[in-house]
Design a protein around this ligand. Structure first.
Ligand SMILES: Cc1cc2nc3c(=O)[nH]c(=O)nc-3n(C[C@H](O)[C@H](O)[C@H](O)COP(=O)(O)OP(=O)(O)OC[C@H]3O[C@@H](n4cnc5c(N)ncnc54)[C@H](O)[C@@H]3O)c2cc1C
Length: 220
């Protein structure tokens, strides 16, 4: 993958079904990753195939995840097992004139590879980056993880080298023969929307990122 131009997909990332919706450039992929708080991580073990939701963030050309050292998912991912990570943003329900052509608008990403563990100061810095992803500036305000908390936490990263994005936009794609049917057709848009903050404590006033969240909630 490169930053703007499409680079050739691998055998497993080449989108075959509605291939024109496939994208292989980093700009499209990173925009999808950066809009996400959660990914789904698929892996196989002796019990079968699992697909587990977990928090994620991006730094540079890697997707990061973290969690308890005791997590089966993290232990398996840290072992170098092949994984598939997906992210989906649902942007709308597409209501066509026929049942068959109903669809959804979306931005999604499918990423393959193996995770590597991050340790030492790089691990602490990655967790700072995760807090920054939640709220810019917050890593300098909160108590940093202590030695015990860091030791109990696994941080893993996946190089975003083998990935595909798929994006659907626009209205229904009906058959010509159905265009005159007397039925409502169009898109019911959907978005992940901030809601008004719920205060637990504000001893130092309201941080800028909370005020911004409230502004976004009011606009939405
Ligand atoms: C919100 C949402 C709803 C959907 N609803 C349906 C549905 O109801 N029915 C349906 O058939 N399909 C649906 N899709 C599309 C679906 O994700 C697949 O793209 C499609 O089913 C083709 O699957 P395939 O295995 O034949 O893909 P192929 O084109 O054979 O996949 C080849 C490779 O392309 C990449 N790829 C495939 N799909 C995606 C994707 N969505 N995002 C990123 N990379 C991808 C992967 O690397 C994959 O291994 C939906 C997608 C989204 C995001």
């Amino acid at each position: 993958m490169n930053s703007t131009e499409a680079s050739p997909p691998s055998a497993r990332t080449r989108v075959r079904r509605v291939a024109q919706r496939g994208h292989y450039d980093r700009a499209t992929l990173y925009a999808i990753v950066d809009a996400a708080y959660v990914c789904h991580l698929a892996f196989a073990d002796e019990h079968g195939v699992h697909c587990i939701p977990t928090a994620c963030w991006r730094e540079g050309d890697h997707l990061y995840i973290h969690g308890s050292n005791g997590s089966r998912m993290l232990k398996l991912a840290a072992s170098g097992a092949q994984v598939c990570v997906t992210i989906t943003h649902l942007d709308g329900l597409v209501l066509a004139r026929s049942a068959f052509h109903h669809s959804m608008n979306y931005r999604s990403a499918v990423m393959y590879g193996t995770f590597e563990a991050i340790d030492g100061e790089a691990k602490a810095a990655s967790l700072d980056a995760f807090v920054e992803r939640i709220a810019a500036g917050r890593s300098r305000e909160v108590r940093r993880g202590d030695a015990n908390e860091l030791a109990a936490t696994t941080v893993l990263r996946l190089a975003l080298d083998e990935a595909a994005a798929k994006v659907r936009t626009g209205g229904p794609l009906d058959d010509d023969a159905d265009m005159a049917l007397p039925v409502w057709a169009g898109v019911l848009p959907l978005a992940l929307q901030p809601q008004a903050p719920v205060v637990d404590a504000a001893p130092a006033g309201t941080p800028g990122y909370v005020a911004e969240w409230l502004r976004a909630a009011r606009v939405g």
